[in-house]
Design a protein around this ligand. Structure first.
Ligand code: NDP
Length: 444
């Protein structure tokens, strides 16, 4: 049994009932095989065993009271996975599906993603099984205050800097930050994605979606192509999807479909993003309403059907495992040429293989959606330096980071004989820096 196989076997034995974490670890470790074989010192140092075990896992109770006076209790999580190259960094997810397996898969992926940005940030992730849907602003505030009343003691500007993720946007970050500041009596960069009036960075809101499109454009450019005139399907209609749509359209693509967790809209004339923003960002409504407002568009129940719409470029930006084997086959049949993951692990392992075998350019999330966390690190830099950069300055840095990520994953794939396989390229490029730092620190 190889070193990688034995670590994976042990991981599955010691962490039963964590399928998402198994999936992420299997995908990463298998693709690192050649880099591991080239460096036997890693096995001697127990590097992989340490890499797959979080440095610290915090589980806590989050009690809160709803508007009717009923008491509720949710589960709170923060997994501080790896701080070899910098303070833990990664978002908080509030969604009923959240459990330890999902937080661990996200935290594990975050280690490599953060390394790929070239910035000094380690990997972590957190959240709660709280469902923000249908809650009043006051209920959201009380929940966030309760969540932070425990979390505050584990985080800090140089220790662990959480951000948003699914269900945690500007409103939630505001409530979380307010409570942290109240308890600690310090105004520091302990959370990113903050509002512009209290230490946030311009372009953070747009960063993940814009970054996804920058790396997509770079991958197409390396093949003498571009987004101009391409038909795109973008799943989701949250933060990542909306700004991916905005930038893709700016670069000349036509986005024809988006979705939420209930269903998808198809607009053959090209999505009207102003209408989507009004429904999702202002009214916090459902994507269904788009079809009532825009003539000629269609709404279909269920999200999976979105992948049956013919497109050149598909950008899954909703959630994990939303693009399965069957959908991948349909995309290939319909002539898709590039799939770029805006969400974390939206494509199943089987679907990824189908796309890669069909010669589709596949950009994995840890590279393709790294623009968000990279800009969070730029927010941290501005906080520490008491600076405020212009939108253009941050956006230019983001673009450079995404172009460099593409160059690095492309080079790493070539170096190990996997040209064009960006899954291998991203995992190896992300891993090498973390491994070097862990080796330098000794067994800790
Ligand atoms: P949001 O909460 O803003 O939006 C999530 C979108 O995905 C919504 O449209 C939501 O629909 C939809 N969605 C959620 N769960 C499901 C589901 N089970 N099936 C179908 N659709 C679903 O989150 P973000 O846009 O911030 O995050 C989207 C993805 O991108 C996540 O995987 C996240 O981890 C990843 N990501 C986000 C970053 C960021 O900066 N925000 C950075 C890097 C990665 P509904 O409204 O119905 O729930």
């Amino acid at each position: 049994m190889s070193y990688v196989e034995s670590v994976l076997t042990r991981l599955k034995e010691q962490n039963p009932n964590e399928p998402e974490f198994h999936q992420a670890a299997t995908e990463v470790l298998n693709s690192l095989q050649c880099a591991i074989d080239a460096n036997p010192a890693y096995e001697k140092a127990g590097l992989l065993e340490r890499l797959v075990e979080p440095e610290r896992t915090i589980l806590f109770r989050v009690p809160w009271v709803d508007d009717q006076g009923n008491v509720h209790v949710n589960k709170g999580y923060r997994v501080q996975f790896n701080s070899a190259i910098g303070p833990y960094k990664g978002g908080l997810r509030f969604h009923p599906s959240v459990n330890l397996s999902i937080i661990k898969f996200l935290g594990f992926e975050q280690i490599f993603k953060n390394s790929l940005t070239g910035l000094p940030i380690g990997g972590g992730k957190g959240g709660s099984n709280f469902d923000p849907k249908g809650k009043s602003d006051n209920e959201i505030m009380r929940f966030c205050q309760s969540f932070m009343t425990e979390l505050y003691r584990h985080i800090g500007a140089d220790t662990d800097v959480p951000a948003g993720d699914i269900g945690v946007g500007a409103r939630e970050i505001g409530f979380l930050f307010g409570q942290y500041k109240r308890i600690r009596d310090e105004h520091v960069g302990v959370l990113t994605g903050r509002g512009l009036s209290y230490g946030g960075s311009l372009a953070r809101k747009e960063a993940t979606g814009y970054g996804l499109v920058y790396i997509t454009e770079e991958a197409l450019k390396s093949r003498g192509d571009s987004l101009k005139g391409k038909t795109c399907v973008i799943s989701g209609s949250g933060n990542v999807a909306i700004y991916a749509c905005e930038k893709a359209m700016e670069l000349g693509a036509k986005v024809v479909a988006m979705c939420d967790s209930n269903g998808y809209i198809y607009d053959r004339n090209g999505i009207r993003l102003d209408v989507v923003k009004q429904i999702k960002e202002v009214e916090r409504g459902r994507i269904k309403e788009y079809a009532d407002r825009v003539k000629g568009s269609e709404y279909h129940e269920g999200c999976k059907g979105i992948w049956t719409i013919p497109c050149n470029v598909a950008l899954p930006c909703a959630t994990q495992n939303e693009l399965d084997e069957e959908s991948a086959k349909i995309l290939v049949k319909n002539g898709v040429t590039l799939v770029g993951e805006g969400a974390n692990m939206p494509t199943t392992l089987q679907a990824t293989h189908i796309l890669q075998e069909a010669g589709v350019v596949f950009l994995p999330g840890k590279a393709a959606n790294a623009g968000g966390v990279a800009t969070s690190a730029l927010e941290m830099a501005q906080s520490s330096g008491r600076l405020f950069w212009s939108f253009e300055e941050v956006d230019a840095k983001l673009r450079t980071i995404m172009v460099n990520i593409f160059k690095n994953i492309d080079a790493a794939a070539k170096k190990y004989g996997f040209e064009g396989n960006y899954v291998v390229g991203a995992n190896i490029a992300g891993f090498e820096k973390v491994a070097e730092a862990m080796m330098a620190h000794g067994v800790v």
